[in-house]
Ligand binder design. Structure first.
Ligand SMILES: Nc1nc2c(ncn2[C@@H]2O[C@H](COP(=O)(O)O[C@H]3[C@@H](O)[C@H](n4cnc5c(=O)[nH]c(N)nc54)O[C@@H]3COP(=O)(O)O)[C@@H](O)[C@H]2O)c(=O)[nH]1
Length: 579
């Protein structure tokens, strides 16, 4: 013991009062001594430095003068009970400095007794723990918050969800969990860089936080995945309303990130405690399944979890694996994929002026898989690039075949997906394939959907400009179904608008659809574009669209998409249909 060592070399009796005083005065910890009546009799220099009080201003006073008001009377009562019963007390306490500033200290108060065992003095030693507390708080904040968006992170979300579940369990209430994934966020990172991606995430976080009440939890789980927890909801309707609000708030206007105007649409999966899971893991897993379902349904929507979705998720995985194998099995002699061609008719002279190439897939186990199903899976699982490349090669091979069969003056349109448009090398590939089959850019048309065009404005514009410069005709497909900005679209080097078939379907009976078709035709013509109507099934529709001024018509009225051999026969026997 240090005390013993000191006693051996320098007996306590020999420790002069002067030495003791120097130790007291020079001690780096603040020390304050009172008499038995708690009247201050001495303080050291460290005390004065910490509290701002010189000794002469406190001697004779009561330590109560340093009280901050942050500790309750009951706190002091229990502290004194411990000092009087056990002779010592230690703990954290808040004091007030002379300048009025409050600060936390770690305080130890000991009762000193005289020869008779009576308390003669109280000695308080203390250190300023403000910095330590601040450092601890910073560490805690770091541990529980996402440094980019400053939202709670996964760890914080898990414990807050746990608390919400426990509280609702007690009160027999419901908790909703909304899992939000940004559509095509990877494209932003891949094409505009991570710094832009980070700024977009920050902007999304602010909009999300704005959508909900302060008592709701908004957290970032990582990447582009956010979560909103709504404790104590009264009905699924409330959650649906909020999900709609989130969807619109994120997507209704662009996020201005530097020079880029970016759109961020969400896919939202919702699970509700206790119906969709009684614990955190199950709720999160089921919200995830629902979120994938939302992606599958075309993104930018919300879906409530339903137990049958687990089955659907299994089927989807099976299809993705089959698609992967199908792509790997393509050889020059054999392919599980094929192309069908649908004619496009020029209204003015009733002749076939073009064909649209549409991919088909026959799987030995799954049978004929509808294109809107496998194209979406290919997009989501990164398989659209090889599939799209195959479609290009195969289309060009067929254009040459049509030429050799004596069919000329036909342009063939190919659908380009969002994933393909992310690759700057796409124009080079197209040039290469055209050259390989000795074709000209005028033999080809490229269709991109309205939503694809909106996804990656800068890169899309750059790639489309290259195509247009080459002389390739460009069309906006499914026009009217996406969230497009006309201000942006008018800068794209496009030549055609394809009016979506959903507007054509009820054109005869639905005045709104008729008005949309009419307005789109007028808009397109004003912009100098050619108007193609898709999905023409009846003669009345044909007549109606002709009267509206559509330039080209396509649909089952003329022909379903046909395999190459059959389209050759169709074209050989086609009789022009004049208005
Ligand atoms: N990126 C790529 N997308 C492709 C490719 N091949 C197809 N697709 C896209 O898949 C979606 C579904 O295509 P599909 O089932 O082939 O449907 C096409 C036509 O059959 C259908 N259509 C045409 N006329 C009518 C009609 O009168 N009635 C009716 N009910 N359906 C009709 O429309 C589809 C063509 O649509 P669009 O491409 O919008 O012009 C579809 O979105 C395809 O684009 C591919 O290789 N790459």
């Amino acid at each position: 013991m240090p005390g013993t060592a000191l006693a051996n070399t320098n007996p306590a009796s020999e420790l002069s009062a002067a030495v003791l005083q120097r130790i007291f005065l020079q001690c780096s910890e603040a020390v304050l001594i009172t008499d038995r009546n708690n009247c201050i009799v001495a303080v050291n220099a460290a005390f004065s430095e910490m509290s701002g009080y010189p000794a002469e201003e406190v001697i004779g006073g009561n330590p109560r003068m340093f009280a901050s008001g942050r500790n309750e009377p009951a706190f002091y009562a229990s502290m004194w009970r411990a000092i009087n019963e056990q002779g010592v007390w230690s703990g954290e306490i808040w004091d007030r400095r002379k300048d009025g500033q409050l600060y936390p200290i770690w305080l130890t108060v000991s009762a000193v007794t005289d020869n008779t065992g009576e308390v003669s003095n109280y000695v308080a030693t203390f250190t300023d723990i403000g910095e330590r507390i601040e450092a601890t708080q910073q560490l805690l904040h770091l541990a529980y918050h996402d440094p980019l968006t400053l939202l709670p992170n996964r760890l914080a979300f898990e414990s807050q969800l746990e608390l919400a579940i426990r509280s609702c369990e007690r009160d027999h209430k419901q908790v909703a969990l909304m899992l939000i994934d940004l559509d095509h966020f990877k494209t932003v990172n891949d094409t505009l860089g991570h710094a832009t991606g980070d700024e977009l995430l920050k902007s999304v976080a602010i909009r999300l936080r704005d959508c909900v009440r302060a008592s709701d939890i908004v957290a970032r789980l990582g990447g582009d995945e956010f979560v909103v927890v709504l404790p104590d909801i009264d009905s699924a309707m409330t959650v649906a309303t909020l999900a709609g609000k989130v969807q619109h708030r994120l997507a209704d206007h662009s996020h201005q990130i530097g020079v880029h105007s970016l759109y961020a649409t969400p896919s939202i999966g919702i699970s509700i405690y206790p119906g969709d899971g009684r614990d955190r893991e199950t709720l999160l897993r089921n919200a995830d399944v629902a979120m994938y379902h939302a992606k599958d349904r075309g993104r930018n929507n919300y879906q409530f979890y339903a137990s049958r979705m687990n089955e659907a998720a299994g089927e989807r995985l099976q299809m993705e694996n089959a698609l992967r194998q199908a792509l790997a099995s393509i050889t020059p002699e054999h392919s599980p994929f094929s192309l069908h061609f649908q004619p496009q008719i020029n209204v003015a002279d009733g002749r076939v002026v073009g064909l649209e190439a549409l991919a088909r897939w026959h799987d030995p186990v799954l049978g004929q898989v509808p294109p809107d199903r496998f194209i979406r899976i290919a997009e989501d699982s990164g398989l659209m690039q090889p599939l799209g490349d195959w479609v290009f090669w195969e289309t060009c091979r067929h254009i040459r075949r049509f030429r050799e069969a004596g069919l000329s003056g036909l342009r063939v349109a190919v659908n380009i997906s969002a994933q393909q448009l992310r690759h700057e090398a796409l124009p080079m590939l197209v040039r290469g394939v055209l050259a390989c089959y000795d074709l000209t850019p005028q033999d080809l048309e490229l269709e991109i959907t309205e939503s694809t065009a909106m996804q990656n404005p800068d890169l899309t514009l750059a790639i489309l400009n290259q195509f247009s410069d080459m002389g390739i005709v460009l069309a906006i497909d499914d026009f009217g179904t996406g969230y497009s900005s006309l201000a942006y679209l008018k800068h794209l080097p496009i030549h055609r608008l394809k009016l979506d078939r959903s507007f054509v379907k009820d054109i005869e009976t639905d005045a709104n659809d008729a008005a949309i078709c009419s307005a789109t035709v007028a808009l397109g013509h004003n912009l100098g574009l050619e108007l193609v109507a898709e999905g023409v099934e009846t003669d009345i529709q044909r007549e109606f669209l002709t009267r509206l001024g559509c330039d080209v018509l396509q649909g089952f009225f003329y022909s379903k998409p046909l395999p190459a051999d059959q389209i050759i026969e169709y074209l050989r026997h086609f009789q022009p249909v004049t208005p």
